[in-house]
Design a protein. Structure first.
Length: 144
């Protein structure tokens, strides 16, 4: 019973550590690593679907302990929150349906694997963008 309680507490701490309430987002800036694709600034009033996709990616991902991705990301984004805090991420969306997100400074650097349904939703969204190519290679992780 004690083990069950400890597991539940760890799950709650994990989920609260990496989650962002959507209503706290003031703006989100998306920067593609392919310099031919222009940056985008998204606002909750106008771009709620896109913001919700990215917030879902953050909130529905599993921590990969001690993993750092070496492959160039598809894009980076930063979120300006209502409390004047900023969150920064790199994102990898692969053609095979996998998705990864890396939390960056000012938070502790951590790597997460997206839930498959969230990765698929992002994959479908970015496939509709004419000038965005998903990652068509295996993700390379830093060697220990």
């Amino acid at each position: 019973m004690r083990f069950f309680i400890v597991c539940m507490l760890c799950s709650i701490i994990f989920l609260s550590a990496c989650s962002i309430p959507e209503e706290e987002v003031e703006q989100l800036t998306l920067n593609y690593w392919n310099k031919d694709v222009p940056s985008m600034v998204l606002y909750p009033e106008e771009d709620s679907k896109e913001i919700q996709l990215l917030i879902n990616a953050i909130n529905n991902s599993e921590l990969l302990h001690d993993k750092v991705i070496m492959t160039e990301p598809l894009f980076s984004f930063n979120i300006d929150l209502a409390d004047e805090k900023e969150k920064n991420y790199h994102v990898w969306i692969l053609t095979n349906g996998e998705g990864y997100i890396q939390q960056l400074h000012p938070d502790e650097n951590k790597t997460f694997q997206m839930d498959s349904s969230v990765a698929l939703a992002l994959q479908n969204y970015f496939r509709k963008q004419n000038d965005v190519e998903l990652i068509n290679t295996e993700i390379e992780f830093e060697k220990d």
